[in-house]
Design a protein around this ligand. Sequence first.
Ligand code: SAM
Length: 287
Amino acid sequence: MTFSDEKNKIESGALYLVATPIGNLADMSERAKKVLSEVDFIAAEDTRNSGKLLNVFGIKKPMISYFEHNKYARGDEIIAKIKSGDSCALITDAGMPAISDPGEDIVKMCRESGIPVYVVPGPCAAVSALALSGLSTRKFVFEGFLSSKKSERRRELGKLSSETRTIIFYEAPHRLAETLTDMLDVLGDRKISICRELTKINEETVLTTLSDAVKYYASNEPRGEYVLVVEGASDDADDDGSFADMSIAEHVAHYESRGMSLGDAMKACARDRGVSKREIYAAVMKK
Ligand code: SAM
């Protein structure tokens, strides 16, 4: 571990991705405060929200708003300022920039323009929830927010139905009950860890099952911010050769019954059997 003055000097013409608390202000790191105090300007998802955060720490800096709907025009402006020698810190409303938050595009633009990008790591709701979940943390996938449209959401879940790694989702409270129902219908009953209001006064993590969660939220209103950590599919069915006992049509129907479109079901079937999708298509059409 190093605590080097050299490394902690702000470099001109560089972008710093600075993680901020996901609820508990005491999680603001010393380095985050130092970088935000010393850069030339701060790009923030919501300058009003970030203004409040910076006020708490007595930091005053010029801010530029950078969010989903102005990211292209603002991105060019920010890159031009950095190229002229300014140092910039990017922050979002909470947590790690670029993770279900603005940042991905500006980092890409910096990389393409040869601008150095550094990270000031810190809180991230997804990783915190995974670690707290009580589910396997050895291998996982992060899905962020599912679609707000029911049919699209079920299609997305269908694609995940044979995913054996632990799956992490973000979800808004007003959509939680519907999403849990879709998960139960498409993924089948499995363990889920529901993490709410992490690092805040009402922090709560409940390891339960999708069927019990659906029942619970049918009569209890969700409140606060949620991360859902869902157990991966058991890999017995896919890996132990049990598909060998099914015809191709049964194999495809098995995936369709778990919510996949015909196209995705054929793709999954082709992958399991190690054959081309064309071969599966031909067998299904012959049926
Ligand atoms: N970049 C952020 C991060 O690193 O965690 C995530 C931003 S995303 C727009 C916001 C979502 O993260 C929320 O809707 C919620 O699902 C999750 N989230 C953020 N803070 C949370 C908290 N304190 N407790 C639980 N979930 C949280």
